[in-house]
Design a binder for this molecule. Structure first.
Ligand code: C5J
Length: 219
């Protein structure tokens, strides 16, 4: 077992039954001209998570952790994009042509994971139509088949896909740890509030730590 300082109290995990889940580190969210920017966001705010994520990813790979990546997106014919999501806010961005291809559409350049965190051979990529990585995917089956019981969850954005996935994971019986500097939001106050909610009430959803503490524990 490895133990590290975390909030609200120390967190212990067994690397053999722990997976690192990297949520939606896609060009559409992190780079200009994608989905994030189409929604009016300053995507540069998300880039603070890239270096801590890369260091954590390297450490996880060295330690032999099971690594899983996710991508949010939809089929080219939009058949798995509910109308409520397509027209949210009265405007349609998903499926529109942008400079990185059609926005949030599987197979387009913008849908791909950023080069800094690109998956290696053998690391599953979960394509998800929703915010949570467990909804309408085979993530739970894949983790169960590997005997995974704890998840280290990082990626973007903190209060949307990271938090939704953490809540889904908690309800399925996984221990959840979030390294705060490995997540980011277009709204820094939402980042802070989401992490407060996760670790409140004695880790009601999970624990919060940072990249250095997890990397040290993995050494
Ligand atoms: C959003 C995500 N924010 N990956 N997706 O729409 O957090």
């Amino acid at each position: 077992m490895k133990t590290l300082d975390a909030q609200p109290f120390a967190y212990s995990f067994d690397p053999a039954t722990t997976a690192l889940i990297v949520i939606d580190m896609q060009r559409d969210f992190v780079e200009p001209h994608g989905f994030g920017e189409a929604l009016g966001n300053d995507v540069s705010l998300l880039r603070r998570a890239i270096d801590p994520c890369r260091r954590l990813l390297d450490a996880a790979r060295r330690a032999g952790l099971f690594v899983v990546h996710t991508r949010e997106g939809h089929r080219p014919d939009l058949s798995n994009c509910p109308a409520a999501k397509l027209t949210r806010g009265g405007k349609t961005f998903i499926g529109q042509q942008g400079s990185m291809g059609r926005i949030l559409i599987q197979g387009e350049p913008g849908h791909d994971i950023i080069p800094e965190l690109y998956p290696q051979a053998g690391e599953p990529i979960i394509d998800k139509p929703g915010k949570g990585a467990f909804f309408a995917t085979d993530l739970h089956l894949i983790l169960q088949a590997r005997g995974i019981r704890s998840l280290i969850i990082c990626g973007v954005t903190t209060e949307v896909c990271v938090q939704t996935t953490a809540r889904e994971a908690n309800d399925r019986g996984y221990e959840v740890l979030i390294p705060e500097d490995c997540c980011a939001s277009y709204f820094p106050e939402f980042h802070r509030a989401a992490l407060e909610m996760i670790k409140a009430q004695g880790a009601i959803v999970g624990w919060v730590s940072d990249a250095d503490a997890v990397i040290d524990a993995l050494r």
